[in-house]
Ligand binder design. Structure first.
Ligand code: HEC
Ligand code: HEC
Length: 398
């Protein structure tokens, strides 16, 4: 728990990521695309590790294609009005722009819909769930959740599955994805196909990547480079939790000996001076009830962060400028109302959340750095597009 041991862990992780991240050779020929045990060949950006594949859900091109259809299909919800893409919009790097998500029947979710950029590399899924460790297990949550209802499968599974079972297009897609099965349509296989599609949402061709992994010196502006130096400085400490190729300390991929499951309290709340967070949004504490886990959440990736406002688990910070102000203060001050308290003084805040001062220019530089993490090739990639045309890509893609 000491500051030094935290630093040692963070440093160890950086070395681990550097070691596994393909930062190996020095200008060899382009290596062949990584192929998984099932023979699926990932299309990976330079410098990126090969994702993990789970024996119970082998990857295949046909499964990804089925998953893409299901992900965008409004028939995935009880009232045929919402799909995964209703809360994970391609134009917003697969987040939804809302403070917190709203399910298909109008129920409000306590948390902000996460971006799906590079989720395949996460060690755990959701903002603070230490139990969900595969994307196919995660997909069952929005399908079956009741508190709140997201897609509304609970008690309506057969009805929803019949929509796909009797549709000739889906008969073909399921037969190709699950060959040799006499009754291939079931909820488990829906979740697995959707997970296979979501696994392919890999972003690694931002200006930052072009400069860092492709050694293109002119890809980033001078301001973005200055911002990068600030981000990776001991003065700001950001990289300890948002480090590595995915700007998240919580990573797992083929070759990681131990998945890094990390959760931190970054000083958003300190209700009544006791370190409390709002009920229903207490982070890891919801699972463990351990006082020290109060307000601990996973540090999400910062890739495409420019497009995924508002920020934090409850969408309570509207802009990147305000995020920087939050960290500069070393925690958020809420001066009145039921949530009043000074997050900077929370007893549960991570020791890595320190206050710092930035000049106006430095703040602009940091924002320019965040913008250099936006990957337009990813955002406009037609392999990730809605086959039904309901959920458009970003206007810059047209
Ligand atoms: C009602 C809106 C909504 C719908 C519909 C929805 N999601 Fe989500 N999604 C969320 C929210 C909110 C979170 C964060 C949940 C949490 O932390 O408790 C999330 C989290 C995720 C994550 C975890 C990301 C990460 O970095 O850990 C994945 C993966 C995901 N959703 C995939 C899907 C898939 C696949 C579907 C369709 C089967 C889907 N979602 C449907 C709102 C939604
Ligand atoms: C101690 C670990 C830690 C440090 C250090 C840290 N963060 Fe974070 N960061 C987190 C966690 C945890 C979250 C999510 C917190 C929540 O939602 O309650 C987060 C959230 C964010 C978000 C919002 C992400 C989203 O998708 O909503 C941004 C942006 C961000 N951090 C930027 C930074 C910057 C810039 C710095 C350096 C000044 C920094 N972080 C330092 C752990 C950290």
């Amino acid at each position: 728990m000491s500051r030094t041991s935290r630093w040692a862990t963070a440093l160890g992780l950086l070395l681990l990521v550097a070691g596994c991240g393909g930062g190996d050779d020095g200008g060899d020929e382009t290596p062949p695309p990584p192929v998984t045990p099932s023979g699926y060949s990932w299309s990976l950006p330079k410098g990126f590790p090969t994702p993990k594949e789970f024996a119970e859900n082998p990857m295949s091109t046909a499964k990804v294609e089925l998953g893409r259809h299901l992900f965008y299909d409004p028939r995935m919800s009880i009232n045929q009005s919402a799909s995964c893409a209703s809360c994970h919009l391609p134009a917003r790097a697969f987040s939804d722009g809302r403070t917190t998500a709203i399910g298909t029947t109008g129920e409000v979710h306590p948390r902000n819909a996460m971006s799906l950029t590079n989720v395949v590399y996460n060690a755990t899924f959701d903002w603070a769930n230490p139990v969900l460790k595969t994307l196919h297990a995660q997909a069952l949550t929005p399908m079956f959740a009741e508190f709140p209802v997201e897609l509304g499968w609970s008690d309506h599974e057969a009805e929803i599955l019949d929509r796909f079972r009797f549709d000739p297009k889906y008969q073909e897609l399921f037969a190709a994805a699950y060959p040799g099965e006499s009754t291939p349509v079931n909820a488990d296989r829906v979740a697995k196909a959707v997970a296979a599609f979501v696994s392919t949402l890999i972003s690694g061709n931002s200006p930052y990547d072009q400069a860092t992994f492709q050694l293109n010196n002119s890809a980033m502006s001078a301001a973005a480079r200055r911002g990068q130096n600030l981000f990776f400085s001991e003065r700001m400490e950001c990289f300890h939790c948002h480090g590595g190729f995915n700007f998240s300390q919580s990573v797992s991929h083929a070759g990681t000996p131990v998945a890094q499951e990390e959760f931190h309290n970054n000083g958003l709340y300190n209700i009544g001076g006791k370190g409390d967070y709002p009920a229903g949004n207490r982070g890891l504490w919801e699972f463990t009830q351990r006082p020290a886990d109060m307000g601990r959440f996973r540090a999400p990736t910062l890739r495409n962060i420019e497009l995924t406002a508002p920020y934090m688990h409850d969408g309570s910070i509207a802009t990147l400028e305000e995020v920087v102000d939050h960290y500069a203060r070393g925690g958020r001050l809420i001066s009145e109302g039921p949530l009043a308290g000074d997050g900077a003084r929370s007893p549960f805040k991570s020791e890595l959340i320190v206050s710092f001062r930035l000049t106006a220019q430095e703040k602009l530089d940091l924002i320019a750095f965040f913008q250099s993490l936006t990957d337009w090739e990813f955002l406009c990639d037609s392999r990730f597009a809605d086959p039904f045309g309901n959920s458009p890509r970003h206007s810059r893609c047209n």
